[in-house]
Design a protein. Structure first.
Length: 318
């Protein structure tokens, strides 16, 4: 017997694919570095579902780039759906957060005319089937050929009608008729243009996560993060002034905590120009003068890395 159950809401929805070529990115410890937008891209294809969920949990509220296999998304969605059906609590939240995931480079003014790596797809819903085994045959050696009434059974009296009864044992003979129960579909589900499971691809755009999926990440990754509200997430804040600048400018950095940091200068083409600073940065505000006299006129990016966080600041040289 099969019964079909449908989750109340979707878990992960990534609406748009990316056109950037993974093989042209520069490999690094996370996966690769995209020079076009100066962003790290996680290689999820060699990670387990738990490892992917840990990365998503650690980056709640931040942009994440990733290279992932479609069947891994299916497995992640299945894990969430099973958890959602088994969980008896209500995960309604007073707020909904959005985890921006830049799987590719076309978000934030990065444009390309290349064809997408995969077709656009949308999963309308998902069914979770729970199966109860039913045999299609019976072993009559283990089936009684009748129904016995115990000798001492008390039958209702019918003296009022002038009928007398006696306690006795009797056997009702007959046979067993087996009828298979057909599946009952509660709600129909359709899948439109789902990608090939063997294909690797990048995504670009938003990864929208429901409050239930956020609760799933925090519960199944207990101890990884203590964040319970996106408003509590502390981020690096960078500011360049003056901007635009001629031969000299200043970078002001506000750090949420003390730690080791790297500050790099890139051109908009993704080419690294030089390292501005590499060392420990105290909590709070710090300033770093930057000499621009050797730079050509144009726009540049300053990228600040610290404790797994990153801040990108754009400025112009006149």
């Amino acid at each position: 017997m099969y019964r079909t159950k449908t989750p109340h809401m979707k878990n992960i929805n990534i609406p748009e694919p990316c056109s950037e070529d993974w093989n042209e990115m520069t490999p690094n410890e996370k996966g690769a570095f995209c020079q076009k937008c100066a962003l790290d891209v996680y290689d999820f294809t060699n990670k387990s579902g738990n490892e992917i969920r840990e990365i998503l949990t650690l980056n709640i509220g931040s942009r994440v780039c990733g290279h992932i296999e479609s069947k891994q998304l299916i497995e992640l969605n299945s894990d969430f759906s099973a958890w959602r059906l088994d969980n008896k609590q209500s995960f309604q939240r007073a707020w909904i957060f959005t985890l921006f995931v830049v799987f590719g480079m076309t978000l934030f003014s990065c444009e390309t005319d290349e064809a997408p790596v995969v077709d656009h797809f949308q999963q309308i819903g998902q069914d979770i089937l729970t199966k109860t085994e039913l045999s299609d045959s019976l072993d009559f050696e283990n089936v009684s050929d009748g129904v016995s009434v115990p000798k001492d059974a008390e039958l209702p009296s019918t003296d009022a009608k002038g009928v007398t009864t006696q306690n006795h044992q009797s056997t009702l003979r007959g046979w067993v008729d087996y009828e298979e129960e057909k599946p009952r579909i509660i709600e129909e589900t359709s899948i439109i243009d789902y990608p090939n499971e063997d294909q690797y691809y990048l995504f670009d755009g938003m990864m929208l996560m429901s409050p239930d999926y956020e609760a799933f990440l925090r519960e199944t990754n207990d101890g990884i993060v203590s964040v319970v509200n996106s408003d509590e997430i502390k981020k690096i804040v960078g500011l360049v002034y003056p901007n635009p600048a001629s031969n000299q400018t200043t970078l002001k950095v506000n750090m949420p905590s003390q730690g080791k940091a790297e500050i790099e200068l890139f051109g908009l083409n993704g080419q690294k120009v030089r390292t501005i600073y590499n060392g420990r940065i105290p909590k709070g505000e710090s300033e770093y003068p930057i000499d621009l006299s050797d730079l050509e006129t144009g726009s540049y990016l300053i990228v600040i890395y610290s404790n797994g966080n990153k801040e990108t600041v754009k400025f112009s040289k006149m």
